[in-house]
Design a protein around this ligand. Sequence first.
Ligand code: GLU
Length: 488
Amino acid sequence: MANTGSVRVRLAPSPTGTLHIGTARTAVFNWLYAKRHGGQFLLRIEDTDRERSKPEFTANILEGLQWLGLAWDGEPVVQSERIEAHRAAIGQLLASGHAYRCFASEAELQEMRDRQAAENKPPRYDNRHRDLSAAQQQAYLAEGREATVRFRIEDRASIGWHDLVRGEMRWAGADLGGDMVIARRAPADQIGDPLYNLVVVVDDAAMAISHVIRGEDHIANTAKQILLYEALGLSLPVFAHTPLILNKEGKKLSKRDGVTSVSDFRAQGYTAAALANYMTLLGWSPPEGMGERFHLAEAAAVFDFDRVNKAGARFDWDKLNWLNSQVLHDLNPADLLAALQPLWLAEGWLDPASGGCLGAAGPDQAALESLCALIGPSLVTLRDGIEQARPFFSRPELGEAALGQLESAGAREALQALLERLGEGPLTVDQAQALLGEAVAAVGVKKGVLMKTLRAALLGSLQGPDLLSTWLLLQPSGEAAERIRRSL
Ligand code: GLU
């Protein structure tokens, strides 16, 4: 594949875990950049770690990206299927003298590292097998020793690139840990499993990737990879290293911080729109006047790296919650219902047989949409829609405050007066207001007393959504009357 000069970016997740928020944010920035430039957003599944890679993680990653609306172009490239190309590149580096076989055993390398640690030196391969004589090599081969393949990294090398986020970057060869292993240990007449830095370079070049956009934890890899591009005679992509996502304490966000996978956020009731919006803000500042709430497509129209910060981005739950509540508040009742329905189904609430509170034959669409309109404005996450809807699907216990209210002066009498006037069937708001008026007039209490008592009777609590709407929802099935009767 030739580099056509257009923007081609990629996400290269390793399927060794679920889709992490850091990888998802990298996906967002790649996607935005591709869309901004009318380019391609490609996907490569980096499954070369055969032990830790699992098909269920690949499935989770693909599903998470789809859910977030980050559609990729073409079929995902599966890295393990490209092993022959990786081996060929290693063969090329061996032939050109950029790489060599290292026969050092694991025990010898461990002894070297222990010595370095004892001397307070950073761990580093001492290039001991870089210039083995033919006789030494023959001796190791005769011993039947296995070998890794190492790529030469000259200490005096100076590696520089212009990073779209971080500007001019320069890295010294001496700081890269010595000659780098590019193929795992294997019998010395073979080439063992190719390793990360090598395969990434070979694959990015084969996919004609124009811009490598990834987390700043890869900066040292980039320096090594540039040396590989040069040794393989490949042209370099442009690099952009995005800031890390930090927790409250300013440390890199990790599994210990609890929710870190896109699927976890989803299970907690965050919407794709809010999460995608929020991830865009993790390290990118929208231009003046744009505000912090937007669709990905709106961000794509203006996205560039000059507004991506170098400093780490602190994860701000309050902002995510705010964005999520805004998204939920803006959904129309039918769409909110579609989002809440799976959660309610899981609670067993939509089964006609177990229905009743919202209609004798089970809750109907109109009642469910009215319920959504009622609770929607107070939701922060979709999961809040379980607790808030609960009293509409199952009869609540009368809490202490509710019992207290029923004991207050005139309360029971007023409720009794209301019950006597409460026919069967649905009511309009005006009819309900009129009934309240008649009941308080008959008993001689303040309207507020009856309202509060009615709330206690219907919801078992003194808190909850709008009282009249609650009542009207519970009225047609006879549930309102039943709850009033029970509390009397
Ligand atoms: N598989 C690597 C990772 O998940 C990809 C890094 C890269 O983008 O080159 O960290």
